[in-house]
Design a protein around this ligand. Structure first.
Ligand code: SAM
Ligand code: SF4
Length: 360
């Protein structure tokens, strides 16, 4: 297959995803990098990742911190979260992501609201206040509104798979595809930059499913996407089922290819190079950036707790240190220090909507 053969419809995307020719894959990644630089620029934006808790009420069949797995649970105190956010401010990351298991109890919800307000008042000297992304699963519309009003402006909620049948296979009863879609639409209507994504290289997943995931992001008009390779956790029902899935090498290549194809399909959105890439290749995120991604999330969770946020095999061995960013700087990657690095796509859509309401 040649680059000129790619069509950005279901059939063309699926053919590109299925093609394992290394020269084709390398040319695709180079083209996506070129498109990224031409549309959103050469910068990578940073979001300091704070893994607030591994306590989760959900039981997703692939996840190493699912409710029924036996592991040591933790929850960061408010002081610990604020200390991590101050590190992000000092290192001029521009933004933080607060991610954790899904909890809907009132104490947790109020804690997040207090934290959002406190993070917004952290002194960032000449930079804007820290931008905040949340990734705390499905919540009621009222809770999303409360958190938006308290200062969160982006929310990451993966669809995990846009194929409802596959979604059902990787989730237990009571986890609803329609509920997830509703949550995504609520986030968008409230005004968040609502990001989504899916796992890549899962059991039962076909090239057509992955093509549909890309087209789902386009149809949802996602301003940001955070997708990444599926990595097995030895004790999850999905792994224990024995269902087959692509090799680590193939999942890595697929992860980069999905980033590249998405950059061609949606040139001006924010695309994250996921941590799951780094687990498969020590320079995984850097290669993600060179394939069209423009966001990374250095982990700033206190180390003692970080090791307990064990979503999948080898995740806990990852460490982020200032020198890992120096490695990026030594490549042709420019780091957007001290900036939110919001999605250009989101702001273009917003000005378009505003212009419509002015003329109507
Ligand atoms: N609980 C929130 C949620 O599910 O949206 C946020 C935390 S959850 C751990 C973040 C993401 O981890 C999920 O969206 C899922 O795609 C990813 N994840 C979980 N298990 C994984 C696995 N085995 N391989 C790759 N990604 C995984
Ligand atoms: Fe909980 Fe998120 Fe893991 Fe599902 S993916 S079990 S919601 S932490």
């Amino acid at each position: 297959m040649n680059l000129s053969d790619i069509t950005l419809d279901r059939e063309g995307l699926a053919a590109a995803i299925a093609c394992e020719d290394a020269a084709f894959e390398a040319a695709l990644r180079e083209e996506a990098y070129r498109v990224k630089v031409a549309t959103v620029g050469p910068e990578v934006y940073l979001r300091g990742l704070i893994e607030i808790s591994n306590i989760c009420a959900k039981n997703c069949l692939y996840c190493g911190i699912r409710r029924d797995i036996r592991c040591q649970r933790y929850e960061l105190s408010e002081d610990e979260v604020l200390a991590a956010a101050r590190v992000a401010a000092e290192r001029r990351f521009g933004s933080v992501v607060i991610q954790g298991g899904e909890r809907t109890d009132a104490a947790f919800i109020r804690k997040i609201t207090r934290l959002l307000k406190a993070i917004k008042s952290i002194d960032t000297r000449d930079d804007p206040p820290l931008g905040i992304t949340l990734s705390l699963g499905e919540q009621s519309r009222e809770v999303y509104e409360e958190w938006f009003d308290a200062g969160a402006h982006r929310y990451l909620l993966r669809i995990e798979s846009s194929n409802p049948d596959l979604y059902r296979k990787i989730h237990p009863a009571g986890h609803s595809y329609d509920r997830r879609l509703q949550a995504l639409h609520d986030l968008k209507e409230i005004g968040y930059q609502a990001g989504t994504g899916a796992m890549i290289g899962m059991p039962f997943q076909t090239a057509e499913d992955m093509a549909d995931d890309l087209l789902f992001y386009k149809k949802f008009d996602a301003p940001m996407v955070g997708m990444g390779p599926y990595n097995p956790h030895p004790e999850t029902p999905l792994t224990l089922s024995g269902a087959s899935f692509p090799s680590a090498e193939r999942r890595f290549a697929l992860g980069l290819k999905m980033i590249a194809l998405l950059r061609l399909l949606m040139p001006d959105i924010n695309i994250a190079a996921a941590t799951a890439l780094e687990v498969l290749d020590p320079r995984g995120r850097e290669k993600g950036l060179l394939s069209g991604a423009n966001v990374i999330m250095p982990n700033i969770t206190p180390e003692e707790q970080m090791v307990k946020y064990n979503l999948y095999d080898r995740k806990t061995q990852l460490r982020d240190c200032p020198s890992s960013l120096d490695i990026l700087s030594s490549q042709k990657i420019v780091i957007g220090y001290g900036r939110w690095g919001d999605s250009k796509h989101f702001h273009r859509r917003l000005s378009w909507i505003k212009s419509l309401s002015l003329t109507s």
